[in-house]
Design a binder for this molecule. Structure first.
Ligand SMILES: Nc1ncnc2c1ncn2[C@@H]1O[C@H](COP(=O)(O)OP(=O)(O)OP(=O)(O)O)[C@@H](O)[C@H]1O
Ligand SMILES: [Mg+2]
Length: 385
């Protein structure tokens, strides 16, 4: 176990909800302990009412624990320095229905005191990332459930957070959206971000999480890495390109000779339904079939996904690579060749530099704004005064 301060440390946490008269009514958490290290993707699983959202709300400082200790980045969750480093996608959307996607991101950018230039750059990147660029001017009340989820994810990333807490991020998303969210989570991890994820979709958790904890009745029933928990150590599986019947028979005879008459299964693995579905949709998109729904995320998310570990690939590239058939080696080589990363160095510089505006930028901020949006009229931040 590392000696570094973990991003999240929860020790013997309990939460009892009282009734109107202050009498203990519901015991939501009964002594849970979690340790989440920097750069981990941690999955919190459990049936309805097992305490996942309560844990998250305590980590965000929205609820007080009844007992136990909670530290986020080594500090209290209520510390503003802690809050500034967290991005949160709530279980239920709390977005303003009369704002459009662009205005929503601008609003949250203002809450984090981003400059006009940063707000614009990040909104453009994030809207592209979540596939809502074309629908950016429509009010959120007109959005489908999955589209609202997508804008919620964009909102959770507007402050380029170090810890991202996602409560059911793929709920309401179509399989393309949920694949994109999973790819995004993996790319955020490559960039060193820590992610806490709650989901009922076990396949999603299995695909992206390093560690998981399964809650039941406010207690951690099991926790560990995904391979630790899922590997069946008493079964050996050998995979090969299709073998001819004679070879298979020889291999079976060898196993019988060496290992005795153990039961052996020989079959062909099936594709995951997710991969099959994505292939069907991908083909429809290649044929440029018309749709008025969400599109696959685009290429401009560089401020969030600049990784040091692997070459940059957009959601579309990742998807294309996922779907490339291995039996077409030429096509595979072409598809999986690292794309030229579209990295906005200036913006990355902005993000890594201490908060400071350039003289031209602050001048720009003071310029009159002829095309003020609803949001501009509703919200006036200090820097506009
Ligand atoms: N504000 C509240 N007042 C009273 N009880 C609450 C409150 N919030 C949560 N609870 C109770 O605490 C328990 C845990 O709820 P929580 O929302 O944390 O579950 P969950 O694991 O997120 O469930 P789900 O999968 O349905 O989202 C439940 O019994 C719930 O009724
Ligand atoms: Mg919940």
């Amino acid at each position: 176990m590392s000696n570094e301060i973990p991003v999240i440390e929860v020790i013997e946490l309990s939460k009892v909800f009282d009734d109107f008269w202050g009498r203990p009514r519901v015991s939501a958490l009964s002594g849970i302990s979690l340790r989440i290290e920097e750069g981990q993707v941690y999955g919190l699983l459990g049936p309805n009412g097992s305490g996942k959202t309560t844990t998250i709300k305590i980590l965000l400082g929205l609820l007080y624990p009844t007992r136990g200790t909670v530290q986020v980045f080594g500090r209290s969750p209520r510390d503003v320095r802690t809050k500034a480093r967290i991005g949160y996608l709530p279980e239920e959307s709390y977005l303003y229905p009369f704002l459009n996607a662009e205005e929503t991101l601008d609003f949250y950018g203002r809450l984090f005191k981003l400059s006009r230039h940063q707000r614009k750059e990040r909104a453009d990147s994030l809207l592209d990332l979540v596939g809502l660029n074309i629908e950016r001017r429509r009010p959120i009340r007109e959005y489908s459930k999955g589209m609202v989820r997508r804008i919620g994810i964009a909102q959770a990333l507007i402050n380029d957070p170090d810890l991202i807490i996602l409560d059911e991020p793929t709920s309401g998303l179509d399989p393309i959206g949920s694949r994109e969210v999973k790819d995004l989570i993996l790319r955020l991890k490559q960039r060193g971000k820590t992610i806490l994820l709650c989901s009922h979709l076990l396949g999603d958790v299995e695909d992206v999480c390093d560690q998981i904890a399964i809650l039941y009745g406010g207690k951690v029933r099991k926790s560990g890495t995904v391979p630790e928990l899922l590997t069946r150590r008493n079964v050996t599986q050998i995979s090969a390109e299709r073998l001819n019947d004679g070879t298979t028979e020889k291999v079976l005879n060898l196993i019988r000779d060496e290992e005795g008459n153990k039961p052996i299964t020989v079959d062909h693995p099936t594709m995951k339904l997710e991969s099959f579905f994505l292939e069907v949709v991908y083909q429809a998109q290649q044929e440029e079939t018309a749709t008025s729904g969400a599109r696959m995320g685009g290429h401009k998310e560089s401020f969030l996904t600049e990784g040091t570990l692997a070459p940059e690939l957009s959601a579309r590239d990742v998807l294309a690579n996922l779907l490339t058939r291995p039996e077409d080696p030429e096509e595979e080589a072409e598809e999986s060749a690292p794309q030229e990363p579209e990295v906005n160095r200036a913006l990355l510089g902005d993000l890594s530099a201490p908060e400071k505006e350039t003289p031209e930028e602050s001048d720009k901020e003071k310029e009159p704004k002829p095309d003020q949006s609803v949001l501009d009229r509703l919200v006036r931040s200090d820097d506009d005064k």
